[in-house]
Design a protein around this ligand. Structure first.
Ligand code: AKB
Length: 326
């Protein structure tokens, strides 16, 4: 499947200080130690992202800045991970639209001009809305998002498909579910409770959840999300038949289900529920996703179930806490 993948192309990761970008940067550097990989963000990143390789501080919504970085490092592949997520986007709708759309259009323009060859851009389950079938949501279905973030992701998907059809741009995209990781904290998302719960479980043994106990949402362990991202970028272009964005599934669970999986390891852990405005967002999203097309087109398979995710999260966070206390 990876026979046609050109390993010599220079990579730029935009949003490398964020939850996905930081782990993606580290994984790509580990996989390609001899390949020029440039991490970038509008703010400084953690030492592990910024120091071992090249790091550029710039604003991707400014085309001249993006052009300069791409030219300086002769970039051919861009992973555009900078975005404002659902909860923050509800607070700052105009800013969210500006960041989420302008960054994408800037990168797509460089691909249209053939300055860069391949673009990865993340979409989200937020493209679905209240009118979408909630269980095993199909690839092609009603997409009437009810959030600013969802509207920007849906518009972005249509721009990706348009640039591919009209200008032959090689753009690849995944609709991420909620992502769970212990290395970098998430920020501004509705699914963030599934990370916060672990931090609280370890520190205090209790957690007040901002969603109701039975709010089931599609989720994924970060290891799988990074694997999917690299896999879709490394597959031959002819395998990527959907140029808007692929449905991608890992696990689905409710706060009550993750709490009981956590209690298997921390038996005294207590959860209470105090739903807030984030519940309104979660209520519009699917409970589970049908990702058969990604599985068929480029061989996607998730590896982490709920139990394995919980185990890894606890082990990872405990090791971090141990290092910090030294
Ligand atoms: C969010 O909750 O906003 C994100 C997402 C599902 O895209 N994690």
């Amino acid at each position: 499947m990876y026979l046609f993948y050109d390993m010599s192309k220079n990579i730029l990761i935009v949003g490398a200080a964020g939850q996905i970008g930081s782990e993606l940067t580290q994984k790509l550097r580990e996989l390609h130690p001899n390949r020029p990989i440039v991490a970038s963000d509008i703010r400084h990143a953690d030492y592990a992202v910024e120091k071992p390789g090249v790091f550029e501080l710039f604003d991707v919504t400014q085309m001249d800045q993006l052009r300069a970085v791409v030219a300086k490092h002769q970039i051919k592949e861009v992973y555009l991970m900078a975005a404002m997520l659902s909860v923050t986007a509800e607070k700052y709708p105009e800013k969210a639209w500006q960041l989420n759309m302008t960054s994408l259009l800037n990168v797509l323009e460089l691909a249209k001009e053939k300055i860069i060859d391949t673009v990865f851009w993340p979409s989200s389950i937020a493209v679905f809305g209240r009118t979408t079938p909630k269980i095993e949501t199909p690839q092609v279905t009603i997409t009437e998002p009810n959030t600013v973030y969802g509207i920007s992701k849906l518009a972005g998907e249509r721009w990706c498909a348009y640039y591919h059809e009209k200008y032959g741009v090689d753009v690849r995209s995944i609709r991420y579910p909620g992502l769970i990781s212990w290395k970098t904290p998430p920020g501004g998302g509705t699914t963030d409770y599934a990370v916060d719960i672990f931090h609280h479980a370890i520190k205090t043994g209790k957690y007040e959840c901002f969603l109701t106990e039975n709010t089931k949402l599609p989720m994924m362990y970060m290891y799988d999300a990074i694997r999917a991202t690299i896999q879709i970028m490394q597959t031959d272009s002819s395998n990527v038949k959907i140029r808007s964005s692929y449905n991608l599934a890992g696990i689905s669970f409710s706060p009550k289900e993750i709490a009981s999986a956590l209690q298997e390891i921390i038996p005294d852990f207590k959860i209470t529920y105090q739903p807030d405005s984030r519940q309104t967002i979660a209520d519009t999203w699917p409970q589970s996703i049908d990702d058969q097309i990604a599985r068929k087109d480029w061989g996607w398979q998730h590896r982490y179930d709920l139990e394995a995710t919980v185990r890894e999260m606890i082990t990872g966070l405990r090791s971090l806490a141990a290092v910090k206390s030294i």
